[in-house]
Design a protein around this ligand. Structure first.
Ligand SMILES: *Cc1c(COP(=O)(O)O)cnc(C)c1O
Length: 494
């Protein structure tokens, strides 16, 4: 049976999972969801006995069933091979009485690799029937761009163009992007900030003349952002695999419930945990951990989602988000698929900046979701105490999760804290949290000092950048971005 998808805001137009992955967002602005979610359950005993690859294949085959078994197997083998620095892909390690799920062993040292190593392969297979070339265009404030570059590099039929704000990403992030290899990649700094880059990218997508010129040559533009169902589905796997690792270690018995604490921005990662629960994983609570931009904490506590507040820049920048796009999918499922109500709330969010859910929907949400937040000071204190007391080095995003988890009573269940980035990706903030004055130190100096202080080795993916050659020196004006994309299409697809 094919899994069929439609928009969260209307069920009128139904598409296959391949079509949903190629389109990214539904034409009415909604997100693709399937009413079949949860109809087919996973076999828990089977999951507990098998490894990451086998579970990834089961998850993909269930949620994206128009892909053939061979296609799924090829995607999984390609996405989670030697590009991860451990065969476990996402290893689970002890964290005091709790557990740390290390999602940062991919090529860019952040959890987005788990999804962005898979999405390009899913897109590449989906486009085979259509014959079009796909150029991914992304504006990045640092992390997503690199993960997209690594994911799409040399994937047949695809190309990727990334714009970053010149001078406004960290030394290491800058090197990660400008040293990117691959015959189908293009990278440029732009004179402006992230919002300028984002605005121009939206204009490029909306430019009908460009679309027409590219279409004549068989090329379409697409995006790789986290609302694509092809990014969500691969993340379901590690919730199940973490459960399997707990069973194999004897930490839980088959069928026991487990809590997961998730440092959250766009609500994608934690929503994948909800999908795992729908598929039959015994999930106790999903704990939504926010930084000072605690729009989700306030929402879960009060029932009102209110984005009308100041945006705060924190030391966990990948969670500095005021509109958590993937929440729309949860609203759909919590209302048993009431597209009209979801569409009305989203319209209210767009026009008023807020919406309020009725008590019965919030009660349903709180059956599964708990919440909490951590300030930057809390985050730094957690990095320090986790190192001092447990000998474990964690990044600021993970520390937000750990801080929120530590404040909760355990309720007797095993608890997993999702770790979303390698600490060396944020060397300066981690080093400062441990008490070192980092003023005047560049990225590599912080990396060296952190290594000397802790004895924890920096990952080769980051330390190796010191010797890497800069392949993409371009910096352009905002007005030149469109031409840059068109040139990249010509170069990559000719
Ligand atoms: C993107 C990101 C997050 C937030 O993930 P969402 O899916 O947006 O909730 C957390 N930590 C790190 C390191 C990230 O890069």
């Amino acid at each position: 049976m094919e899994t069929l998808y439609h928009s969260t805001r209307s069920s009128a137009q139904v598409v296959t999972s391949k079509q949903a992955i190629l389109a990214g967002i539904a034409p009415d602005g909604g997100l693709y969801v399937s009413d079949q979610l949860g109809q087919t359950k996973i076999d828990l005993a089977r999951v507990a006995a098998q490894g990451y690859h086998a579970t990834a294949r089961d998850v993909l085959q269930t949620l994206l069933s128009d892909y053939t078994a061979d296609e799924v197997a090829a995607c999984v083998a390609g996405a989670y091979g030697s590009n991860f620095d451990t065969p476990a892909v996402t290893p689970l390690t002890p964290l005091g009485a709790d557990w740390l799920l290390e999602l940062y062993h991919g090529p860019t040292c952040a959890f987005k690799d788990v999804a962005l190593q898979m999405l390009p392969r899913l897109m590449s297979v989906a486009r085979e029937g259509q014959g079009q070339n796909i150029m991914i265009v992304t504006a990045t404030s640092g992390d997503t761009g690199k993960a997209a570059l690594e994911g799409f590099a040399d994937v047949p039929g695809t190309g990727v163009t990334v714009f970053y704000p010149d001078g406004k990403v960290s030394d290491i992030q800058h090197l990660q992007m400008t040293c990117q290899r691959g015959a189908n990649v293009a990278v440029a700094g732009i004179r402006g900030n992230f919002d300028d880059a984002q605005t121009q990218v939206k204009r490029i997508f909306a430019n009908a003349e460009l679309a027409e010129r590219l279409a004549e040559r068989g090329t379409v533009l697409s995006s790789a952002n986290s609302i694509n169902v092809g990014r969500l589905v691969p993340q379901v796997t590690y919730y199940m695999d973490a459960y399997a690792q707990l069973v194999k270690r004897g930490a839980i018995a088959l069928g026991d419930e487990v809590d997961y604490c998730v440092p959250t921005g766009n609500f994608g990662d934690v929503l994948a945990g909800y999908y795992a629960k729908c598929l039959g994983l015994p999930v106790g609570k999903l704990i939504v951990a926010s930084n000072t931009n605690k729009v989700l904490t306030d929402f879960i506590e009060t029932g009102t989602y209110d984005r009308r507040r100041d945006f705060v820049k924190t030391i966990s920048p990948s969670m500095d988000i005021l509109i958590s796009s993937n929440l729309e999918r949860l609203l759909y499922y919590l209302t048993d698929g009431d597209c009209e109500r979801v569409a009305a709330w989203m319209a209210e969010l767009a026009s008023e900046g807020r919406y309020t859910l009725p008590a019965d929907v919030m009660d349903r949400m709180r059956e599964t979701f708990a919440c909490g937040f951590a300030t930057d000071d809390d985050t730094r204190a957690t990095i320090k105490s986790t190192w001092d007391e447990l000998g474990k080095l964690i990044d600021p995003h993970t520390a937000v999760g750990k801080c929120v988890l530590d404040r909760r009573a355990s309720e007797g269940r095993a608890r997993v804290c999702l770790s979303t980035a390698d600490p060396y990706k944020f060397s300066a903030d981690v080093l400062a949290a441990l008490g070192t004055d980092t003023s005047g130190m560049d990225g590599f100096a912080c990396m060296d000092a952190l290594q000397a202080l802790t004895g924890v080795p920096a990952p080769a993916q980051l330390s190796g950048l010191r010797e890497a050659a800069i392949l993409h020196p371009s910096v352009c004006d905002q007005a030149e971005m469109l031409g840059f994309v068109e040139d990249a299409c010509t170069r990559v697809f000719s």
